[in-house]
Design a protein around this ligand. Structure first.
Ligand code: SF4
Length: 371
């Protein structure tokens, strides 16, 4: 396959649910037996036995189901850490999600070969796992001791139990030959796909990547130089049946995340809120200094069939209607005191506010997305 005319977006042939942001990312534990120098996990997750559903830390299956529902998820990617270090938990969550959303709710799981066993695979199969992706951490961490035969045997074992079996690795620059050899070997035993993720730096792996001679690709992203070219080399030089996917960091950061936010925003937006093109929510807020003034404003809103919510001395409503309301109040010389602003915030469970625009002083430039 000649990729010379393709851009990075064209090479992103990855999972359609991931691209649309329709997969719940279930981070089942931060525990992991490996210590990969490129591991990007954050301090609050790495080596900690914590569970996250997308960005939300959770403690129960019910919360995972709720997050999947709010994001309109069509499947789940179970990750970590190593999920097989918490096999019982993994199976419980997987079974519950399959029971709740049906057998078409596609489930894949990332793991390393170490705990791949007949017993664990049988448990995963019975819980409904559709796809397993193995990561050969020793390939890049400790190549001298990378036991290729064992890795291939574990992949073969996976094929006896799980419908789709693949390998997922970072595109480490200067490992073209090793990755290409691995691609030919796994193709011979009928592995379905090889996913190559663009190498990125994070707060936790930055220093160890720099110490090993890697460098940043540009000032605006967290991409590592040479990773894209490594993936391109593999795709250009591989001949066989194996499907090779390249997942650029821009796809993960912007497209998948944005789509997931938009999906979640659609499900959690109040009737008066607007969804931006980036999947954030906009709402207008007016605070009254004196509660007795509220009734006059409510009358105006009710007369005009306007959706709103009243929380003590705060009235929440559509941001554009709030601007009209303020104009109306000014024109009619209402003499009570109030403050008003528009909030832009994430539709995630923490409702992180990213911007607050005081209304009387500044007109916001609203880039609204129709619901
Ligand atoms: S196997 Fe994955 S989670 Fe474990 S240390 Fe390596 S990159 Fe991190």
């Amino acid at each position: 396959m000649d990729l010379s005319n393709l851009n990075e977006k064209d090479m992103a042939l990855g999972c359609k649910y991931c691209i649309k942001g329709e997969k719940l990312v279930l981070y089942i534990t931060g525990l992991c037996e490996e210590s990969c120098y490129y591991c990007p996990l954050s301090e609050k997750r790495k080596k900690k036995d914590v569970i996250f559903a997308n960005e939300k830390q959770i403690n129960s299956i019910e919360e995972a189901v709720e997050e999947a529902r709010l994001c309109g998820s069509k499947g789940v990617g179970i990750t970590g850490g190593n999920p097989l270090l918490r096999i019982e938990r993994t199976v419980e969550y997987l079974k519950a999600l399959k029971e709740e959303f049906g057998s078409d709710f596609h489930a894949h799981l990332y793991t390393t070969p170490k705990f791949v066993s007949e017993k664990n695979l049988k448990l995963l199969k019975d819980a409904g796992l559709d796809e397993i992706r193995l990561h050969s951490s020793k390939l890049f961490n400790d190549f001298e001791n990378f036991d290729k035969l064992d890795f291939l045997e574990k992949l073969k074992l996976c094929k006896n139990y799980i419908k789709d079996v693949g390998v997922e690795i970072p595109g480490i620059p200067n490992f073209e030959k090793e990755i290409l050899d691995l691609a030919f070997e796994i193709d011979k035993i009928g592995v379905k796909f090889l996913n190559i993720n663009e190498l990125e730096y994070s707060e936790t792996n930055y220093q160890s990547l720099i110490d090993r001679g890697f460098s940043e690709k540009d000032d605006t992203t967290s991409r590592i130089s040479g990773s894209f070219e490594t993936a391109k080399y593999i795709i250009d030089n591989f001949k066989g049946k194996l499907i090779i996917h390249f997942c650029p960091s821009s796809l993960k950061d912007s497209v998948q995340m944005k789509n997931r936010l938009i999906n979640r925003a659609r499900n959690v937006a109040k009737p008066y809120e607007e969804i931006t093109e980036e999947g954030l929510l906009l709402k207008g807020t007016i605070n009254f200094k004196d509660l007795k003034d509220v009734s006059e404003v409510l009358e105006v809103l009710k007369e005009n069939d306007v959706e709103f919510e009243l929380l003590n001395d705060r009235l929440l409503l559509n941001p554009e209607i709030l601007e009209d309301l303020i104009d109306h109040l000014k024109e009619n010389n209402f003499d009570f005191k109030f403050s008003a602003y528009i909030s832009e915030y994430y539709p995630t469970s923490d409702k992180l506010e990213v911007e607050r625009i005081p209304l009387v002083t500044k007109k916001p430039n609203l880039k609204l997305k129709k619901k």
